[in-house]
Design a protein around this ligand. Sequence first.
Ligand code: NAI
Ligand code: MG
Length: 500
Amino acid sequence: MATLTLDPRVSGPTADFVSQRHQMYVDGRFVMAASGSSFPVYNPATGEVITEVPEAEEEDVNRAVLAARHAFDEGPWTRMSPSERGRTIWKLADLLEQHLEEFAEIESLDNGKPRAVARVADVPLAVDMFRYMAGWSTKISGKTLPLSAGRDFHAYTLREPIGVVAQIIPWNFPLLMAAWKLAPALACGCTIVLKLAEQTPLSGLRLAQLIDEAGFPPGVVNVLTGYGEGAGAPLAAHELVDKVAFTGSTEVGKLIVKAAAGNLKKVTLELGGKSPAIVFADAEIDHAIQGTASAIFFNHGQCCCAGSRLYVHEKIFDQVVEGVSHVAGDIRLAPGLDPSCQMGPLVSDEQYRKVVGYIESGVQEGAKIAAGGPVSGFDRGYFVRPTVLTNTNPSMKVVREEIFGPVVCAVPFSDAELEGILKRANDTAYGLAASVWTRNLSLAHKVSRGIRAGTVWVNCHNVFDASLPFGGYKQSGWGREMGEEVLNNYLETKAVTVAL
Ligand code: NAI
Ligand code: MG
């Protein structure tokens, strides 16, 4: 194993976990990769290797899928009462909550985000997701149906688990994405093979230990670490998988659809975005400035729903751009474990290069930098300063493509008719989210209807709740995460008709 370097701020339990010999979780056992290979995990604040994890490949995927298949086909999970399933999920939530500090620290170390943010957002939201879905396990029911064919029939529907589910997740909220995926699939009675993101495998491996402790039967949840091509691709293509749920890039989302075609497994996708934040002239300006800044800078802009296109009415454009630029300039960049950290590094060297490349391309195409810019001033780590671009035009790459970093394009609008600004807001291949900033109630509702996206926030942005369905129109995806809606991703409907 390579020499490992750990931040001295890391506490005892986290240091013990991070430096242990990591194993994947397959069929209720902790295992190395079949090949014995492993790959490095980096601290994005320094670029140093902090540990290694097993590198799953096709053979490991096979073993995990067979374990999930057996657990689904033979029980006991699928024969357990919904109440018992719900209690097991709730127990996992309790265990996770008991280890909140440790998870916040692991998340900060592995992903780069401020520990303080992981403590109040990532971990509690994950706990809440498991609790919310534990409640749904006893509330999944069909309907009785009055048939037009006549009164001689008794007809009803059964809602049954879809089967073995492959779940592939990204690195921006490693633990929370695992919770969004696992919790509803478990509530529905499915069995799962979860592949963690290669950049951030640690919180998912720690979660696997708690899943074991919570008492899920072997094979119900299997957790793999590995790369997209080596592990993700064979999982998405596997003949014994009934459904694949993916969160990540639109590009890979399209590959997942192709991979799923072999056995026509069901597919849901939560993909990229280029979400508009629209500030009208009557908005409460200070609130809109703080809110639209946080819309793009939260989680370093590494949110699929980041408010990356900021449309501001021309009357208040200068004031809002100045305000957001001030907020950007005041954000303190530091390693996530530094108590003063307000924004950490991006997750990886690859993302760092990508985001800096976008800022440079914007400038080359004629955009002006109102705050931030391509130079971070750090001599190591993947830090990018919060950046505000003006003087863009609708055909520039920075306006059209998902940057996935702390970079916002501010654009003035003067449209007298609502249709004009809606047209600009909807001028994108994506349709994940939008926010509207105004004191005019009627206007807020009209814009909410006119936006082609799965989420609209009014006078707020990035509000998530286990009860709120989340997902995309257009190329932002298929299906919804969370809320009652997500259950559709993991259930089949059976119609039973009885001739009386
Ligand atoms: P990605 O889409 O390549 O990775 C996401 C997950 O898919 C990871 O677990 C990865 O191992 C897996 N994967 C990659 N290739 C695969 C394949 N051929 N078959 C099956 N699984 C595969 O995203 P990446 O490379 O980490 O980030 C690239 C861009 O994607 C970002 O800059 C951002 O624009 C977008 N992205 C969007 C996210 C979202 O929440 N919608 C999250 C992460 C990235
Ligand atoms: Mg990729």
